[in-house]
Design a protein around this ligand. Structure first.
Ligand code: FE
Ligand code: FE
Ligand code: ZN
Length: 307
């Protein structure tokens, strides 16, 4: 039998709409995952349903039965929340209140981590944007919050803050509470200019500037674009510019052994014209990464499985 410490913690983004967390757990299990990430509502809006206690109880039971440790489950804040720009003070305050609320919802569900895009400074300067993020997080984060915010490393699309380790470090240093961590995203890192084929070099740099213990989650995505393109378009595992061997190296890296890995790769289309992207690739991508063996026929296999 495998030691529990040697099992890779891997899952994907899943839906929260059917039966809330219970639906998320069922979907994760259908992919053979032992963790997952969800949004507590549509990522592009801030409408939220109340937590259904009956579904929640069943979700916890189902996780326990299937050895999904809730400490590895990740929530993602909606990406319309922007802490970096406060030109409309009411909107900024709304973002702050909304995030506080999301943390409460996560605590109700016993979810320990919430990934957050730091924000886009838009018409402000980068420095103003970063300072707004720090100020907002100082309003939001408390030492005794049971759900920790994780800043996601961004691709640097448009005016995104947090596309390099210095900016992430600047925010972390400005936040008074130590109750904050980081979520890496391999596609974003590649697009931001970090070479994923020399991951040890990246980890050393991260350790120097921030500290490896701050990494609480890693999004595993291939990229449609070349290094330093600042684009942020995810590609299926092994089909992008990062490539299968580099992604295998990252998910099996001994220094990230206990860090949950979450796939956010695109759904597969009905045929090669790529229309109707309705088939989730995660069951097959998880298998490939666990077995360290790439399947060129991935897309065909997925279509056959779900048809
Ligand atoms: Fe994200
Ligand atoms: Fe991501
Ligand atoms: Zn992305």
């Amino acid at each position: 039998m495998l030691e529990s410490g040697s099992v890779m913690i891997i899952g994907s983004h899943v839906s929260f709409s059917q039966e809330q967390l219970l639906g998320s757990v069922k979907e994760a299990l259908s992919y053979g995952a032992n963790t997952f990430m969800f949004y507590t509502g549509a990522p592009q809006n801030t409408k939220r349903q109340n937590i259904n206690q009956e579904y929640l109880k069943q979700a916890w039971e189902l996780m326990q039965k299937n050895n999904i440790d809730i400490a590895h489950v990740i929530c993602h804040a909606p990406y319309i929340i922007n802490l970096a720009n406060n030109l409309d003070p009411e909107k900024w305050q709304f973002s702050i209140n909304f995030l506080k609320n999301e943390i409460n919802r996560c605590e109700q569900m016993q979810i320990k981590y919430m990934v957050l895009h730091p924000g886009s400074h838009v018409s402000l300067t980068k420095e103003e944007g970063l300072n707004n993020i720090v100020q907002a997080l100082n309003f939001i984060i408390r030492d005794d919050d049971k759900c920790m915010i994780l800043l996601e490393t961004m691709a640097g699309k448009g005016s995104e803050c947090g596309a390099n380790l210095d900016e992430i470090a600047y925010i972390l240093n400005g936040v008074k509470s130590k109750n904050i961590g980081v979520c890496l995203d391999t596609c974003h890192l590649n697009d931001a200019g970090y070479d994923m084929s020399d991951f040890d070099k990246f980890l050393n740099l991260f350790d120097e500037k921030i500290g490896l213990e701050k990494i609480k989650c890693i999004h595993i995505n291939d990229s449609k674009n070349v290094i330093n393109s600042h684009k942020d378009r995810h590609e299926n595992i092994g089909f992008g510019t990062i490539g299968f061997p580099n992604l295998v190296n990252i998910v099996h890296h001994p220094k990230l052994k206990d860090v949950p890995k979450i796939l956010e790769t695109p759904y597969i289309g009905e045929d090669d014209t790529d229309k109707n992207c309705i088939y989730p690739p995660y069951k097959f991508e998880i298998e490939m990464l666990q077995n360290k063996s790439f399947s060129k026929d991935l897309l065909t296999k997925i279509r056959l499985y779900y048809k």
